[in-house]
Design a protein around this ligand. Structure first.
Ligand code: NAP
Length: 254
């Protein structure tokens, strides 16, 4: 249960090694988040992150093996995390960007990317929603992307998975209205993280700390959608309405 100031006291992060997720926890822990569960593909590699969160004030930081592709395991894994006590926040932070040119020639790899970025969000998101419904409160944060707002040919497999995950998250939020459980969709532009290392930054590029601030502020104010930076909301609103031939030119100009 959130504390008297409305701050998150417990969090489960699916994709616990994500740079954006770690930056978000670095904000939440000093504000009163005492229990953190990091669910990640390689939990043994998170020792430094666990130590840092404990040093920042978290009393209970645990790790658990989680693979977004192993959808059959999600319900039991999420149940087990909630069995350890109420969870105020589930942050769905895993994701794979991929390289569009390589995916063009590798349909199986593209399908795996879609399974992780979309199917994995559906199964873990529904599992989290079920547990939160039972406890009667909580927020699920889903990491979407502006890449899903208007899909670019340069990363259309990734963009299409974000469009689908975003639509799922909105529908899930609507289905949970009145249950005490909320869903917040986060749509960053280009963020300097492991995912984008070595890539040329896009306009409006930002960093994990800025995304973390937007997430924490969004949680505090009960937002349903958060754009990072906020100006991208208006940029994407314009882009959404461009005719296809114009969009093809605009979206390939960088
Ligand atoms: N960076 C950006 O520009 C940007 C922009 C908009 C949205 N986003 C979204 O924000 C979220 C966080 O990304 P980030 O920027 O923090 O990148 P990141 O540091 O690379 O984090 C992504 C995480 O996803 C995990 N992951 C990938 N496949 C997985 C799987 N099958 N099972 C479990 N975990 C898996 C990775 O785990 P490993 O550590 O094991 O590889 C990694 O820790 C993602 O959903 C991303 O799509 C990012």
């Amino acid at each position: 249960m959130k504390n008297a100031l409305g701050a998150v006291q417990s969090a489960l992060v699916l994709g616990g090694a994500s740079d954006i997720a770690q930056a978000t926890l670095r904000r939440l822990v000093p504000q009163g988040c005492r229990r953190v569960v990091l669910a990640a593909r390689h939990p043994d590699e998170l020792t430094d992150d666990v130590d840092a969160l404990k040093e920042a004030g978290a009393a209970n930081v645990t790790t658990v093996a989680f693979d977004a592709l192993d959808t059959e395991s999600h319900a039991a894994l999420v149940d087990a995390c909630f069995a350890g006590g109420d969870i105020d926040l589930v942050l769905i932070a895993f994701g794979v960007l991929g390289e569009q040119k390589a995916l063009d020639d590798d349909p199986e790899a593209a399908a795996d990317l879609a399974r992780a970025n979309y199917v994995g969000v559906v199964s873990s998101g529904l599992a989290a929603a079920g547990c939160m419904r039972k406890q009667g409160h909580g927020t699920i944060v889903v990491m979407s992307s502006v890449a899903g707002e208007r899909v670019r040919k340069a990363n259309f497999v990734y963009g299409s998975t974000k469009a689908a995950a975003d639509a799922f998250a909105q529908g899930l939020g609507d289905s949970l209205a009145g249950s005490g459980v909320r869903v917040m969709v986060v749509r960053p532009g280009f963020v300097h993280t492991k995912m984008t290392a070595g890539m040329e930054a896009a306009p409006f590029a930002t960093d994990p700390e800025a995304v973390a601030d937007a997430i924490v502020n969004g949680l505090a104010s009960g937002k349903e959608v958060v754009w990072v930076p906020p100006a991208l909301r208006w940029v994407m609103t314009a882009f959404r309405h461009l005719p296809r031939p114009v969009w093809r030119r605009v979206s390939s100009s960088r």
